[in-house]
Design a protein around this ligand. Structure first.
Ligand SMILES: [Zn+2]
Length: 314
């Protein structure tokens, strides 16, 4: 008899990634669909799950559990309290709904918590008892592993590291506050930096482009564009300040960068390390700054492995 696999789902604001994962964390099959939240999302999501479960049957694999990582706040019963990038999920009792639909045990949690669990089990954090995860992409998310457990606040809170204020009265953030880390270090934050440089007359290769995206800024910076590199340097400075604050508070030795922005760690590293070193309590070593080893699959693997357990992602 083939060993059971769990269906792991990493729900993003743009894409939904899913896969079948065995108990050792090996991804046996993966699929992806566009999230397109405005268009009948829940029925499309259910049929996406159905497809993967059917494919498992065709491959002689038995799905025994379902785990889902959601970009937002989820309570202990798998109800989505808040998902700014996926409004169709607001208030949805997702764990209950999937349990009813598929008759399988279901775990639903925050997406960066799933990445944190995945990296802890079989990624860059497998040898660490404690580490911080920073997920860089459309937003800036956080996850904390403390004493081999994914940390959660008492009220289903997530590690909102992107909304630590780095510039009092600074840029307006999507959360309504001013000066949050996310307003500088997310993809849209980097775009904003390039646009502001243009208004100051600092001309780079993207200055006359319309519809600039975070990946375009990254590509320009990798090709040596000075304006784009300055945007990354600024993001690195703010990340360094926040990371030093977390290290001063918790004494962690490792920071794992996840999300699409993790591939640009080299662009952030010089100013990040410099600022972090300056802000650390004297004598505290600079933490190890590494990219997530499971890459884009960390959320799928973490959600699936978490589903095998019965007390959350780890
Ligand atoms: Zn904010």
């Amino acid at each position: 008899m083939t060993p059971p696999v769990a269906l792991g789902i990493d729900l993003g604001g743009t894409n939904c990634r899913g896969g079948l994962v065995d108990g050792d964390g090996h991804l046996r099959l993966r699929a992806e669909m566009s999230t397109d939240a405005s268009n009948n999302f829940l029925p499309r999501f259910e049929s996406f799950c159905y497809q993967l479960i059917n494919q498992a049957g065709a491959a002689d694999l038995a799905v025994s559990h379902i785990g889902v990582g959601v970009p937002g706040v989820v309570d202990g019963h798998g109800r989505v309290l808040n998902a700014p990038n996926l409004p169709a999920l607001h208030g949805v009792e997702l764990a209950h709904l999937l349990r009813e639909r598929f008759g399988l045990p279901v775990q639903v949690g925050n997406d960066v918590d799933a990445i944190t669990a995945g990296e802890a089990r079989c990624g860059a954090g497998r040898h660490s008892a404690d580490f911080l995860v920073i997920a860089l992409g459309t937003g800036v998310g956080g996850g904390l592993l403390l004493q081999r457990r994914v940390w959660r606040g008492p009220v289903a809170s997530t590690v909102e590291i992107g909304h630590v204020i780095v510039e009092p009265d600074g840029r307006l953030c999507g959360c309504g506050h001013r000066g949050c880390l996310e307003a500088y270090a997310s993809g849209p934050g980097l775009v904003h930096s390039v646009e502001l440089a243009g208004l100051r007359g600092e001309i780079g290769c993207l200055s006359l482009s319309a519809g600039i995206t975070g990946p375009m800024v990254a590509s320009a910076a990798q090709h040596g564009d000075v304006v784009a590199r300055v945007a990354f340097a600024e993001a690195g400075r703010h990340l360094g300040t926040v990371i030093a604050g977390v290290i001063n508070l918790l004494g962690l030795k490792t920071v794992i960068f996840a999300g699409s922005g993790a591939t640009n760690l080299d662009l952030l590293r010089p100013t990040l390390e410099h600022t972090c070193r300056d802000a650390l309590f004297p004598g505290t070593p600079l933490p190890e700054l590494v990219a997530a080893e499971l890459g884009a699959d960390a959320g799928i693997i973490g959600a699936a492995l978490g589903a095998f357990g019965d007390d959350g992602f780890l």
